[in-house]
Design a protein around this ligand. Structure first.
Ligand code: NAD
Length: 496
């Protein structure tokens, strides 16, 4: 089944058969392919090739570079259904979310194409007569992209489409849990390359490997930028290693996202917002809603309505008419059960969370999403457990709610549901939410590509995707030009 799909996406059988690393689908836990993990020596060769590709690509005019990304967007449009299905099979997302991920790739291609004509610098007034100053942006070099299993395609596309229009070469190390989606993305990119015709060899390469292969990439001084998406644990290792060689990093790490639900909120809207944000992708989004900070006066009603909504959620095969697919693997299931046990120890009252469909899928891990009423923001609540657990905490006054929102180590996404303009504005003010994303009357997940995406504190501080995130993929140069016949010095210094 997956063979046909991969074939239709242009992946050759030798790439996913007979390898030393088994690939499983979370849908039923069965093995669907085996790929070959590449050696650390292979990484060095790839960096070599990528560096040469960069040296040629940086001189191609940016709008022309944009044409390659435009072609890739077209190829993605043609293969959206198949790539979406592959993502469902490999990462366990429901079909709509698999397709949504491919749409996000198409959207960022469109954005990057426009950007390829807008890599604007500045003109700056010089203090010296007959001089002008400007600021220009130049390509950076080889960009190493390390991605997580839960967005097996879009994160790469965010980085690569921008990196390419900015004049860089890319090496992508996907999660070892989702190499097939990566193979398909690369095969489709090669179709675009063929249509484009004149791109240097090795402009965007795939590195199928585990953590060790990632480490070689991270340590290579010929890779000036590492964009790494994954757990805070990973970022804690990668960040200092890149910094030690004075490289740059974009870190997109774990989140612990909260909603403040105030007494004036439109509760119908809020309940729908909670449902999508907390149970979508089976709680395996970095922006998943994990903490509901609700005013005590509406807490019981909200919890009852959310429990009713949870009870109706269809759990099962993500390719069928269900809303919640499986957890990625047993490890994810055990982490969820461990967190629920800890929550009980810390005074939590748990609703849901049980394993589902065990008889039908003994090797897969479907769960009922859990709601846990907590006496406060205890230790377990302060950690990201990558599973559908929604902790509910009551608050009495707005300042306390803001404090709870901010009092966790992570700082990715946050939202408030309110119809009180003072609360909404305060939440988005300097003394409001401390997260990279702060929404009003929208849940924490499902960001659009037009905005800069990323978070503060242990989320790593990186920004990707829209707005001026492209600047992270370029180097800035300040130029002063003297068109006079004199040589005046800055600060009025006379030196003769
Ligand atoms: P993970 O940290 O286990 O792995 C992520 C990637 O890092 C994989 O490719 C892995 O091989 C690689 N890696 C791990 N250790 C490394 C090291 N020392 N050196 C180099 N590479 C290394 O994460 P995961 O389980 O695949 O994904 C889930 C996590 O990702 C969650 O914490 C989630 O919040 C986070 N995430 C964050 C964002 C974001 O934008 N902030 C987006 C998606 C996922």
């Amino acid at each position: 089944m997956v063979g046909e799909l991969l074939k239709s996406l242009g992946v050759s059988a030798s790439a996913y058969q007979g390898g030393n690393h088994a690939v499983h689908t979370p849908i039923d836990g069965s093995q669907i392919a085996s790929v070959t993990l590449e050696s650390p020596a292979a990484v060095l060769d790839k960096v070599d090739i990528a560096h040469k590709a960069y040296l040629a690509w940086r001189d191609v005019p940016a709008p022309r570079r944009g044409e390659l990304v435009r072609l890739y967007g077209e190829v993605l449009r043609k293969h959206k259904a198949q790539l979406g299905e592959l993502i469902s099979i490999e990462a366990g997302k429901i079909t709509q979310e698999g397709l949504g991920e491919v749409q996000e790739m198409i959207d960022i291609c469109d954005f990057a194409v426009g950007l390829s004509r807008q890599l604007y610098g500045l003109t700056i007034a010089s203090e010296r007569p007959g001089h002008h100053m400007r600021e220009t942006w130049h390509p950076l070099g080889v960009v190493g992209v390390i991605s997580a299993f839960n967005f097996p395609a879009a994160v790469w596309a965010w980085n690569t489409s921008l990196a390419l229009v900015c004049g860089n070469a890319v090496i992508w190390k996907p999660s070892e849990k989702t190499p097939l989606t990566a193979l398909a993305c690369q095969a489709l990119f090669e179709v675009a390359l063929k249509q484009f015709g004149e791109a240097p060899n090795g402009l965007s390469q795939l590195l199928i490997g585990n953590r060790e292969a990632g480490e070689v990439l991270v340590d290579d001084p010929r890779v000036p930028l590492i964009s790494a998406t994954g757990s805070t644990r990973m970022g804690r290792e990668v960040g200092p290693r890149v910094a030690a060689r004075f490289g740059r990093s974009i870190l997109e790490l774990g989140g612990n996202n909260a909603m403040i639900l105030t007494p004036s909120a439109d509760l119908d809207l809020a309940v729908r917002g909670i449902l999508f944000s907390a149970v979508g992708t089976a709680g395996q989004r970095c922006t998943t809603l994990r903490r509901l900070i609700v005013h005590r006066s509406v807490k019981d009603e909200v919890v009852a309505r959310v429990k009713a909504a949870y009870s109706k959620v269809r759990i099962g095969d993500p390719r069928k008419d269900n809303l919640v697919g499986p957890l990625m693997d047993k490890q994810a299931f055990l982490a969820m059960q461990g967190a629920l046990a800890k929550a009980r120890d810390e005074g939590g009252v748990v609703f849901g969370g049980e394993r589902q469909l065990q008889d039908q899928y003994p090797n897969a891990y479907y769960v009922a999403p859990a709601i846990v009423e907590m006496p406060g923001q205890t230790e377990v609540v302060r950690h990201e457990t990558f599973a559908p657990i929604l902790y509910v905490i009551a608050y009495d006054d707005f300042e306390q709610a803001l404090q709870l929102n901010n009092e966790v180590p992570q700082g990715l996404s946050s939202c408030i549901f309110t119809t009180d303009v003072r609360e909404a504005e305060r939440f988005q003010s300097a003394s409001g939410s401390d997260c990279g994303i702060a929404n009003v009357n929208i849940g924490t997940s499902g960001a659009e590509i037009g905005g800069a995406f990323g978070g503060e504190k242990e989320t790593g501080g990186g920004r990707e995707s829209g707005s001026d995130s492209w600047k992270a993929y370029m180097r800035r140069q300040t130029n002063t030009i003297n068109y006079s016949r004199e040589l005046p010095l800055a600060q009025g210094i006379v030196f003769d």
